[in-house]
Write a protein that binds this ligand. Structure first.
Ligand code: SF4
Length: 366
């Protein structure tokens, strides 16, 4: 492990008083570090210039001096902590492009993190994603920079709700979207993502399946299968705001526009789109089909991040719906996580065994 002082971040501000910064268990194990100097200097400008190149299509140069000192400090501290940062596609471009080691959707992130030899994982995403990372990486320390980063889907259902559903529909298998808490995952038969939901539902050999918590993903799957789906009434507060009327107005303005929607959108939106698919499938569609002008009907930052990877090929129209939970994760909070080793995500070991089984069963299906 690198020595902190060898990384040229020794010009530190005094450490925040411990009374104001309660020491986490992880900080007791790893030790807290001094907060690096966050001045915009010629050295910072020079050392981060290659990273600005990655985001300049979506970030005016006037903003870079605010981000760059954090970017440099975070990248230096990752070496000190032997940490990796996982960033979901909905994280802001400066996180996704400039400090993340692994990017992708929630399951890709957790699976790829398991392949790393890092001691510490910092989750650029929401709480259920950090829990999934902990389930698949039980021996690593998982930090989330803001534990209040929730999800309207994950919060729409509890473990007690699942137990009641089982009483109401005895013998009917229960599929949970990965956007659920570890407590809920522990109660279900198997998990799914938006890319494998149809395959998982049809794999269970049952003519009825309970599908939770996303009612729209459930309806979009129902449109493709004869299995009767019993849906929970949760929704993603970002994707449910899109409407078919809105999509038709975009198309009226530009009949050649390609509309690509996430299946968490209402079925009427999917019906007027050219393609519907998971986050990974949407990115793949843009990269392989190279549409001239595209409307990505999903969280706003994703279009920014795809734009950074497909510069000059596709023009993006951004119907900007931001996820307030994803936006709780910021560069200053990521730095704070690495300095003070907080906030650590823990799961009761007995519960983790049951929750991991549901996730693993999905992974084993390929
Ligand atoms: S975009 Fe929707 S599904 Fe994703 S974290 Fe935000 S609320 Fe949850």
């Amino acid at each position: 492990m690198d020595d902190f002082r060898s990384l040229n971040v020794e010009a530190v501000a005094p450490m925040a008083p411990l009374s104001a910064q309660p020491l986490s268990d992880a900080a007791r194990r790893f030790g807290a570090l001094p907060m690096p100097n966050l001045a915009w200097t010629p050295e910072v400008e020079r050392e981060t210039a290659h990273l600005y190149e990655k985001v300049k299509a979506v970030m005016p140069s006037v903003e870079w001096p605010f981000h760059a000192p954090y970017v440099k400090a975070i990248n230096d501290l990752k070496k000190v902590r032997n940490a990796v940062i996982l960033a979901h596609n909905y994280q802001t471009p400066e996180i996704y492009n400039c400090v993340a080691d692994v990017v992708g959707d929630s399951l890709q992130l957790a699976k790829l993190a398991a392949e790393s030899d890092a001691d510490v994982i910092v989750q650029g995403g929401v709480h259920f994603m950090a829990e999934t990372s902990k389930l698949l990486n039980p021996n690593k320390t998982i930090l989330i920079p803001d534990s209040k980063a929730g999800c309207s889907l994950a919060e729409s259902i509890t473990a007690a709700d699942v137990r009641l559903l089982r009483q109401q529909y005895p013998g009917v298998p229960v599929v949970a979207y990965v956007n659920t808490s570890a407590e809920v995952k522990a109660e279900v038969d198997i998990c799914c993502t938006s890319s494998n939901a149809l395959k998982i539902v049809e794999s269970l050999g049952s003519d009825r399946v309970i599908f939770l918590p996303d009612q729209y993903l459930a309806k979009n799957v129902q449109a493709q299968t004869k299995v009767k789906i019993i849906a929970w009434a949760g929704a993603c507060e970002v994707h449910e705001r899109f409407t078919a009327a809105e999509m038709l107005r975009y198309r009226a303005d530009d009949p050649s526009i390609t509309i690509i929607a996430h299946p968490e959108c209402p079925p009427e939106v999917v019906a007027v789109s050219d393609f519907a698919g998971s986050t990974a499938a949407m990115i793949d569609y843009v990269k392989t089909k190279k549409p001239k002008r595209v409307l990505l009907v999903t969280e706003c930052s994703m279009a920014d991040n795809v734009a950074t990877e497909t510069m000059g090929v596709t023009e993006f129209v951004r119907p900007c719906n931001l996820c307030p939970h994803m936006k709780r994760i910021t560069l200053p909070k990521i730095l704070d996580s690495l300095v003070y080793m907080r906030e650590e995500v823990t799961i009761d070991p007995a519960l983790a065994v049951r929750a991991r089984r549901s996730v693993q069963r999905m992974i084993d299906m390929g």
